[in-house]
Design a protein. Structure first.
Length: 450
C-alpha cells in the first residue's frame, strides 16, 4: 500500500480484498433487487420496505409512539418493519403507526423495564466472558456467556437473571471465548499487531482519515500498510474499553484520496452514508483475515465484558470474524455503513457471536463525516471531480481503507486484479490475509474461493 499516484480510470478499493464467494454471491445478485423492491412497495400496511427505509421509519415511529414504543426489528423475509408496542390508553398513535406502514405487535416488556434489567446485570453480573443485548424479536434481554463462565461465575449470572423475573431475559452458552479480534499479521500493522481498516472518512479539520476499532487505536499510535513498513497513518482519537470501541486514524499524507467504497470483486459498493442498525437487518462484514462474510443483526445496545474491560453500545450479530478482522467494515448491500468489527467468540468455521461498534456513534464522537465528500487534502481533487463505476474514474491514485492500493491496471468490471495489493491483502495468486487465494478456484467472475 504505497502512496504512489496512479492514473485515473483505475478501480479504487475501499475496504476490500479477496471475498468469500458464498457471501459475495448473496450480495451481488441482490444489489439491484433491494432497490427494485423499494420502488414497487405497496401503499397498504404493512408496507414492503428496504432495510434502510425500515430503519428510518423505526426512528420516526419511536418518536411518535413515545413510551408505548418497545423496540422494533426488520423481517427480512417479508421485508417489513415490526414494531413492538405496550398497549395503553392512546390507541390513536398505534393506528397512526399502522398507517405509516409498520406491522404492530403488542408485547409485555417496555424499553424502560428492559433497560432496568440491563442495569441490574451491569451492577450484579459484570463478569468477563458475558454479554447482553435487547432482542426485540423476543422482547427480552439476550444474555450470552462464553466458555470461561463456569462454576461460581455461572451461578452468579444465572441467579442475577432469575432476579429479573420470568419473561425478562434468557441465557445462552457460547462455545468460544469473547475476545477482541486483534492479531499479528497483515493489513494494517503496528508493532506486530494486525487490524483492518473500516471506512474512509473526512476528519473534522477536513483531512482524510479512516475509522477502525478502538482496541487497535490504543494498541499503537502509528500504523503501516506493510509488516515492518513505514507508518502511513497516525491515531488521532481512540476509545476502548468504555463507551464504545472505535478510533479515528488520520493519513499522514494530506493528499491521500480516500473514497467511500467497498470492493466486491467485479464492482464496488459505494458507501453513501452511515446508518443505524436494525435487528433482523442483513449485513456484510469485510476483514483482512476472512474477507467477506454475511449474517443478521441480533441485538442492539449490547454490553460486552471483554478481558480488557467492559464495552457498551455495541451491535450483536451472527456474522463470523477472526483475529485480524478487528476494525473491518460492516455494511448493507445498498451501501449503508453500519459498524466496525469489535470482537466476539468463535470463528468462520464454527460460527459464533460478533459485536460491532455502530458507525453513527463513532462518527459523532470523533467529529468526522462519511459519504459524498471523499477526503482529499492538500489540493488533491476528489468528490465531484472523481467519477465512479464502470468506465468512470475512481480518482487519481485513490487509495482507500488504510491507504489500500488499487493497483496499476486494475479496473472495475472484469479486469484482472493480478497480484496488486488491496488493503494489505494480495490477490491473484498471492496471499490474502493468511489465506492462499491462488489455491482457490476462479469461477470467472473475478472472485476467488478462499
Amino acid at each position: 500500500m504505497s502512496h504512489k499516484r496512479i492514473p485515473k480510470r483505475k478501480a479504487a478499493i475501499a475496504a476490500g480484498g479477496v471475498m468469500a464467494l458464498g457471501a459475495a454471491a448473496i450480495l451481488l445478485p441482490q444489489a439491484n433487487a433491494g432497490q427494485d423492491g423499494a420502488s414497487s412497495g405497496q401503499a397498504a400496511a404493512p408496507k414492503t420496505l428496504k432495510a434502510s427505509d425500515a430503519s428510518d421509519l423505526a426512528s420516526q415511529l419511536a418518536e411518535l409512539l413515545g413510551e408505548a414504543f418497545a423496540g422494533s426489528y426488520y423481517d427480512a423475509e417479508q421485508q417489513q418493519l415490526v414494531v413492538n408496542v405496550i398497549s395503553g390508553d392512546n390507541n390513536n398513535v398505534i393506528v397512526q403507526a399502522k398507517k405509516a406502514g409498520a406491522q404492530i405487535r403488542e408485547v409485555d416488556n417496555s424499553l424502560a423495564e428492559l433497560a432496568a434489567g440491563a442495569q441490574t446485570l451491569k451492577t450484579d453480573a459484570t463478569i468477563p466472558g458475558t454479554a447482553w443485548a435487547v432482542d426485540p424479536r423476543t422482547n427480552k434481554i439476550l444474555v450470552t456467556a462464553d466458555s470461561t463462565v463456569t462454576g461460581a461465575k455461572w451461578d452468579q449470572l444465572e441467579s442475577t437473571v432469575d432476579t429479573l423475573g420470568s419473561g425478562m431475559a434468557t441465557i445462552k452458552k457460547s462455545a468460544g471465548t469473547f475476545k477482541t479480534f486483534l492479531s499479528g499479521g497483515d493489513a494494517i500493522f503496528a508493532g506486530g499487531a494486525r487490524c483492518s481498516a473500516g471506512f474512509n472518512v473526512v476528519a473534522g479539520d477536513g483531512t482524510p482519515a479512516f475509522l477502525t476499532a478502538g482496541h487497535c487505536g490504543v494498541a499503537a499510535a502509528e500504523w503501516s500498510d506493510a509488516d515492518g513498513g513505514e507508518p502511513i497513518a497516525t491515531v488521532d482519537q481512540a476509545t476502548f474499553p468504555g463507551d464504545g470501541d472505535f478510533a479515528l486514524v488520520k493519513y499522514d499524507d494530506p493528499a491521500t484520496v480516500a473514497p467511500s467504497e467497498v470492493n466486491v470483486g467485479e464492482q464496488t459498493v459505494a458507501i453513501s452514508q452511515a446508518a443505524d442498525a436494525e435487528v433482523g437487518l442483513q449485513v456484510f462484514r469485510m476483514g483482512s483475515t476472512t474477507g467477506l462474510s454475511d449474517g443478521q443483526v441480533l441485538g442492539l445496545d449490547a454490553t460486552v465484558n471483554y478481558p480488557e474491560g467492559t464495552v457498551t453500545g455495541l451491535i450483536q450479530t451472527n456474522v463470523c470474524a477472526e483475529p485480524g478482522d478487528s476494525g473491518g467494515s460492516l455494511f448493507t448491500q445498498d451501501g449503508l455503513a453500519i459498524g466496525l468489527t469489535s470482537g466476539g467468540s468463535g470463528d468462520c468455521t464454527v460460527g459464533g457471536e460478533t459485536f460491532f461498534q455502530p458507525v453513527t456513534t463513532a462518527l459523532e464522537a470523533v467529529g468526522a463525516t462519511l459519504g459524498a465528500g471523499d477526503a482529499a487534502g492538500g489540493g488533491a481533487e476528489a468528490g465531484a471531480g472523481d467519477e465512479a463505476g464502470a468506465g468512470e474514474e475512481a480518482g487519481a491514485g485513490e487509495e482507500a481503507g488504510a491507504g489500500e492500493e488499487a493497483g496499476v491496471g486494475d479496473e472495475v468490471g472484469g479486469q484482472e486484479v493480478g497480484g496488486e495489493e488491496a488493503g494489505g491483502q494480495e490477490v491473484g495468486g498471492e496471499e490474502a490475509g493468511g489465506h492462499d487465494a491462488g489455491a482457490g478456484a476462479d469461477d470467472g467472475s473475478g472472485l476467488t474461493h478462499q
